[in-house]
Design a protein around this ligand. Structure first.
Ligand SMILES: Nc1ncnc2c1ncn2[C@@H]1O[C@H](COP(=O)(O)OP(=O)(O)OP(=O)(O)O)[C@@H](O)[C@H]1O
Ligand SMILES: [Mg+2]
Length: 447
């Protein structure tokens, strides 16, 4: 019955219907199909950022908290447009609407929001918010009377099953840029903020992460888990824990680790792809998402089985670069323009997406920084020829009005490099290192 009404509402919309018409005819049926009752939808919700209001905020009521009365703790934000606005992916209005929705999701009254929807009743896209990160949960979908019911059901299913963890692949095709060091220390910083964190060593040829924490293999191997033949594999037989105890405060911090598996290093690329499949890591980690706040995957410096699997398994990709290494910057651009879109095509949910790059572990002089900016400008210009906009991935704060060329810098610091020898992450051992990685965690992840 409701399905019929929803479909009919879409059919009834005139061509070029303006926002108010889409709002009157389509939105009530759409919100109801998503499972929200009238008292659970607040129109023109004040985001807390000046006078800005998002078209709708939604949240299920509890016994003593009626959303339309308390207007507190929204769960979903909906930004609505008319059919006269072009929301097809890549259009200028798509980008500006996404920017608008992103601003709302991060605004002070909307901290609890976990999902954002933008639609004009022609296109529709769902985004998930986790801390500061906003990433697609569907591609930008074209809605028609024939696919509408299924699309809305799929979205409702996602809204009703919020995943706990954000999965982050740490990747750059260039070697030695600090992928493993970032994985270990970012994990440590997140645990200091009481985030339950799992790290995966998916670089079996080097196993640097496993070695840097002196983690021993578990009873079961990652290989048998990936192979999936032995259904009895228990998570706890593969996952090991690294525990750091602060002797002064007596507090202890734990990072869970899926250690590298030597057996994987001996297999050729063809054998890996045939017997283990690129999507297996994702299936395994999806099953662990409810147990962690963050899952970080360390990947090798190439574009073969392990890196492809790591990117395939991730919601977002964090790309360390070196400001003085042109290849690390060019390779970041290749990952963003080419590799990540390949995986998006295969995944069909719009993710993963790249987070803006950062400069890792070199002392940066003004002259060095200027040279890096020149290189980046030419990389951005080159990509524009292929109609790819790299600007937000290099300069996330750049706007036409405010030409902010901010790129996050994680300084070079001897204790960070030396910590691997003592088998304890620098972020646990050393205050300066701790602050560097807490800054990184705040810049990208923590709200
Ligand atoms: N911020 C930093 N300050 C000082 N040294 C650093 C920093 N980050 C990384 N390093 C050092 O740089 C070297 C390379 O780092 P790391 O092994 O993390 O890079 P990687 O990208 O994982 O390398 P690979 O591509 O070989 O896997 C290591 O010796 C590490 O200790
Ligand atoms: Mg490494």
């Amino acid at each position: 019955m409701n399905d019929r009404k929803l479909r009919q509402a879409l059919i009834n919309l005139p061509d070029n219907a303006q926002e108010s018409i889409v709002d009157n005819i389509f939105v009530p049926e759409f919100l109801s199909a998503l499972g929200f009752k009238l008292m659970e939808c607040v129109p023109a919700y004040g985001t807390g950022n000046g006078n800005e209001a998002v078209d709708y905020a939604l949240r299920h009521n509890t016994d003593d908290d009626i959303f339309i009365q308390t207007k507190s703790n929204p769960y979903v934000l909906l930004e609505l447009k008319g059919k006269d606005i072009n929301l097809s992916e890549g259009s200028a209005q798509y980008h500006s609407t996404f920017k608008q929705l992103k601003g709302y999701l991060l605004a002070s009254n909307c901290k609890t929001s976990q999902w954002g929807i933008m639609t004009n009743a022609v296109h529709l896209q769902l985004f998930r918010k986790h801390g500061k990160v906003i990433h697609p949960a569907t591609p930008c979908l074209s809605i028609t009377p024939d696919n509408l019911i299924k699309i809305v059901k799929d979205i409702k299913q996602k809204l009703d099953n919020l995943p706990r963890a954000l999965t982050v692949a740490i990747y750059n095709n260039k070697g030695g840029v600090g992928k493993t060091t970032t994985t270990v220390n970012l994990a440590a910083a997140l645990t200091l903020k009481e985030k339950k964190t799992l790290i995966v060593d998916f670089d079996p040829n080097q196993q640097d992460l496993t070695k840097s924490l002196a983690i021993k293999p578990g009873k079961e191997t990652l290989y048998s888990w990936l192979e999936g033949k032995n259904k009895e594999v228990n998570d706890r037989d593969v996952i090991q824990s690294f525990i750091s105890k602060n002797k002064t405060t007596n507090q202890s911090f734990q990072i869970d680790v899926i250690p590298a598996d030597e057996h994987l290093a001996n297999l050729g690329e063809d054998e890996l792809r045939k017997t283990l499949k690129i999507f297996r890591l994702r299936q395994i980690l999806d099953n662990l998402k409810s147990e962690y706040d963050y899952i970080l995957i360390d990947s090798p410096p190439n574009w073969r089985f392990f890196s492809v699997s790591a990117i395939y398994a991730s919601d977002v990709v964090l790309i360390p670069t070196k400001h003085n290494n042109i290849f690390s910057l060019e390779n970041a651009a290749i990952a963003i323009k080419q590799y990540i879109p390949q995986v998006q095509q295969a995944r069909k949910d719009g993710s993963p997406i790249a987070l803006p790059i950062f400069f890792n572990g070199e002392s940066i002089t003004d002259a060095g920084r200027n040279t890096a900016h020149k290189e980046i400008n030419s990389i951005i210009k080159e990509a524009q020829k292929d109609k790819f906009d790299l600007l937000p991935y290099f300069y996330p704060k750049y706007t036409r009005a405010k030409k902010d060329l901010h790129i996050f810098e994680l300084p070079s610091y001897a204790h960070i490099a030396n910590a691997a020898f003592s088998r304890v992450p620098a972020a646990y051992k050393d205050k300066t290192a701790r602050n560097y990685y807490l800054e990184l965690a705040k810049e990208y992840f923590l709200q």
